[in-house]
Write a protein that binds this ligand. Structure first.
Ligand code: TRP
Length: 328
């Protein structure tokens, strides 16, 4: 079984990304016989158009994976843009893709809806061809490696279905070349941000994964709470602090804090518990992350080696596709 997934480098990884995407992808990569993890840097071009930013986010994602336990000698880790075959395949696949299929893709539809709501004359305002054809490139990412399983969040399932449609269309037009991939839907983990809304970079309520203890503590202390006095019993279920805590604490720690909530605990003390657990949980990977980021040459070499391995696997399939398409 071949597992493949990609992550768009668009910001510093935070706790929400870790629980929602990074941790499940790593677990799957570690359990699969063959795993591919890549940084979808050219997908980020829809929003990141400053080279130095794209470079930094790319390194941060790669360093996060390795720091959190992905072994680059086992899992094939690469940067999308280092595999030129992907973009050749994307063009060929674009010619098997009905435009109407792209009209129904959710990111494009959301943009059109936003333009409707803000009463723009041009409903395609702000839509680049890169955004519109995003699912075609994503199909190439998956199909070039004939991946069986693609771990993704709920929001990406439509893209996997599009990849299946495009694969079938190609297979009918030319020959049975592509396997039909299957989405492995990652369970939604509710990760509240500092203000209680879903943790997201765009809300500015996120806690970055790797920052020094002091900065981490400062952010944890900013988590919004209600104004119950310290001695009042508190409900763990409705407490953002507790919801974060239980993702990182051991079973015993969870029951201990739960008991304290029942008896009454000051929010400052609860935050102290959360900080301690987070600090311990990320201590080792933070050191590793910092070491990797302090000399990005090592990371760069690892990514280039990964791309070489990926290309060796991709090239025979690409050769077959080229032969079929050109009749040569
Ligand atoms: N679109 C995915 C996201 O935003 C990232 C991605 C790009 C991807 N290519 C992929 C995920 C291929 C899985 C497989 O999360």
């Amino acid at each position: 079984m071949r597992v493949l997934t990609g992550v768009k480098p668009t910001h510093i990884p935070h706790l929400g990304n870790y629980l929602g995407a990074i941790k499940p992808a790593i677990q799957l990569a570690q359990s699969a016989k063959e795993s591919f993890l890549f940084i979808a840097d050219y997908h980020s071009l829809t929003t990141i158009q400053k080279g130095s930013e794209l470079r930094d986010f790319t390194y941060q994602v790669a360093a996060t994976w390795i720091a959190c336990g992905v072994d680059p000698n086992k899992t094939i880790i690469y940067r999308q843009s280092d595999v030129p075959e992907l973009f050749e395949l994307a063009w060929i696949l674009a010619n098997q893709t009905p435009k109407g299929l792209m009209n129904r893709a959710h990111a494009y539809k959301a943009k059109v809806q936003e333009n409707e709501e803000t009463k723009k004359d041009d409903l395609d305002f702000g839509v680049s061809m890169g955004l519109f054809a995003y699912p075609v490139l994503m199909s190439a990412d998956i199909l070039l490696f004939n991946a069986d399983v693609v771990p993704v969040g709920e929001d990406q399932v439509q893209h996997i279905e599009i990849a299946r449609d495009i694969a079938q269309k190609f297979n009918r037009t030319y020959d049975e070349v592509f396997k039909l991939p299957r989405a492995h839907i990652q369970a939604k983990t509710l990760v509240p941000g500092l203000d209680g809304r879903k943790m997201s970079k765009s809300y500015g309520n996120h806690i970055p994964l790797f920052q020094d203890s002091k900065a981490m503590r400062k952010l944890v202390m900013k988590i919004v709470t209600d104004s119950l006095p310290p001695e009042a019993p508190k409900d763990p279920e409705t407490s953002n602090i507790f919801q974060l805590y239980k993702q990182f604490a051991t079973k015993e720690q969870i029951s201990e804090l739960e008991a304290l909530y029942g008896k009454g605990i000051g929010w400052g003390v609860a935050k102290e518990h959360l900080f301690n657990v987070l600090d311990a949980y990320f201590a080792r990977s933070r050191d590793k992350f910092n070491t990797l980021m302090s000399d990005t040459k090592v990371l760069e070499d690892a990514l280039l080696r990964g791309a070489e391995r990926a290309r060796v696997i991709a090239q025979p399939l690409m050769k077959q596709v080229r032969t079929l398409v050109r009749g040569l």
